[in-house]
Design a protein around this ligand. Sequence first.
Ligand SMILES: [Zn+2]
Length: 205
Amino acid sequence: MEFSSKLLENAVNEMSQLPGIGKRTALRLVLHMLRQPENQTFQLANALTKVRAEINFCKSCHNISDTVLCEICSNPKRNSELICVVEDIRDVMAVENTSSFKGLYHVLGGKISPMDGIGPQDLNITTLVEKVKTGEVKELIFAMSPTMEGDTTNFYIFRQIQDYNVATSTIARGVAAGNELEYTDEITLGRSIIDRVPFEASLKS
Ligand SMILES: [Zn+2]
């Protein structure tokens, strides 16, 4: 792609680093920004800079939060004995949308995937095990996507906490195998949490 301006080329190159954005789309977006009121582009740039520089993760559940403890963890109406273990914050959003869950979350930040070089030490597993060790958690609900990596991650965590007095369950597999939680419709996902099954029973099937 030949550019008449170095500034334009830079902007297109930066934009095209984003997933799913090729050079053509990047060019279309940058030209769109040049047509819209200047202020709008500055607001976008400012929001991105701010989110990048000031982003904070809840010190308890690792969800993205503007405060030290996120709104969910600091809400006294939530049941802190029940923890839903999810891969990333999109899953928190998906489960919250169902309004079926009143416990807390624990965001692992990914799943164990030897193929991608992601091991247990790369995920927020230690803090989860520590929570279980305090004895304040009565049940962990594994809500990872039903993929091989999701299963591996569930099993790894299960092995770490099985000697402690905590129940483990996994969401009912109404969620079709290989589906990501965030694409599951709210009613199905809500039901699959209510109809959760003991984790050990899921191992035998
Ligand atoms: Zn939190």
